[in-house]
Write a protein that binds this ligand. Sequence first.
Ligand code: ARG
Length: 600
Amino acid sequence: MNDLKRSLSEAAAAAFQAAGLPPEFGRVTASDRPDLADFQCNGALAAAKSAKRNPREIAVQVVDILKGDPRLASVEIAGVGFINMRVSDEALSARVREIAADERVGAQLLEQPRRVLVDYAGPNVAKPMHVGHLRASIIGESVKRLYRFRGDDVVGDAHFGDWGFQMGLLISAIMDEDAFINALMEKLPEAPRGFSAADEAKVMAEFESRITLADLDRIYPAASIRQKEDPAFKERARKATAELQNGRFGYRLLWRHFVKVSRVALEREFHALGVDFDLWKGESDVNDLIEPMVRQLEDKGLLVEDQGARIVRVAREGDKHDVPPLLVVSSEGSAMYGTTDLATILDRRKSFDPHLILYCVDQRQALHFETVFRAAYLAGYAAEGALEHIGFGTMNGTDGKPFKTRAGGVLKLHDLIEMAREKARERLREAGLGAELSEEQFEDTAHKVGVAALKFADLQNFRGTSYVFDLDRFTSFEGKTGPYLLYQSVRIKSVLRRAAEAGATAGRIVIHEPAERDLAMLLDAFEGALSEAYDKKAPNFVAEHAYKLAQAFSKFYAACPIVSADTEDLRASRLSLAQTTLRQLELALDLLGIEAPERM
Ligand code: ARG
């Protein structure tokens, strides 16, 4: 079941071939001038260039062949040799009936599905999340859903930052402020003889009662400032990090507590945002792989000494910019961020053997990934091209710099969601929406509206583009916003409810009116939008489609009465169109990670 663009491309390819030209020229796209045509093919121009012929002559030949296609109401030449096509109402009706009957509402499955791992969000223990993490979560979740929906075998991994210097900072700071924990740590450099599971549980319970999430939130920022001013403290924290990594028993227990507290809170917040991971692996999980990996890199002759550190050189001849070497072991003997990433590639190969790993991480880390990927290719840890960084720009404040809270700090996901929810409540009330809902339903709707506002505002931009945080605009029910889309979907639901109450039933779709036609053309364009979003790893194409579809429905609904349609057949056809639109709209929203409420 091909979409029209694809099936017309096949017809045009065959026509070019019949005219003695390469079929590749038969690519058909949506028309730039929907007032003149539905589709266009510009291939005659390119074909003329390569065959050194007159483009118009080629276009005439191709058009003559295409004229025989029963699906086309007209095929015409425009300008120097553009081919314009209009699909017949019958062919369009048949295609939309197909979509209506299709479980996937017109979206196709990949011919060659792959195993794909999406590495996204990348939160850290105790370190507050910044806008980069927010965007990574929103975009990564959507890419994951899109890839899975198209048929790939997909695993989404949070890649928890649980192993760096911040752990040493936390350990040192806690030991400074809590004498009991300090003494405990001194007592437990390694597991005492006969230390039982019950003993361990007792220690963990002690941590539980002494160190809460609020403590971590307070201690980390303070420690992070302190290490900048207090070299002795910094040194201690460094040492603690190394000792933790080398397995110091007490530190490991304390670390486990930090990780747990942090993770529980993060998972809850992510869940509220509609972001859920299949895997929650941490940087710590590859710790044991690092030593053998370093040896292996050495054996392969890739590791070189450089001022006491050990690095892999990855620069290539003809590089357009400097690509620094990968720092594998620092001069102090510690593994670095890139070392962990390299070892993680090995780990993923063992567990899931992905064809592709997508790293949905801030654009500012582009060079880091370029370095890691090149090292991985050199070492034979991944096939060339199997690692891809899908970077994104920043969400900025009105000052043009990465968004900060009014107090100047990084925003907390929790607070951001609450802000959006509060604004959504306000918006709903001022629009007179949700008045008949119970308090619980109203809250649920406000939450969904708030999350949709945040997510859609992000996803409607191409990911590389930066945008300005503007909650007033994001939460508006008018314009290109999440709330507008939710409102439209709720409106369709209420139309369908009223139709059901009036005893109307859906039936065979037949397209007559221009507004029906436009809606039908959009339903058909879904597959094209998904495949573009998939190829470019860019959910904005899905967002754009959802928005256009909602608009087309709105126009259709204004021009074409449904329940009060003139005939039974017309009513049945329009009802079916509305149902299909709702299904496709909700599916598109779901791929963006946006959930629509039942009522407003
Ligand atoms: N935790 C990192 C940070 O906060 C992001 C991790 C991104 N993923 C990765 N494989 N490096 O910057």
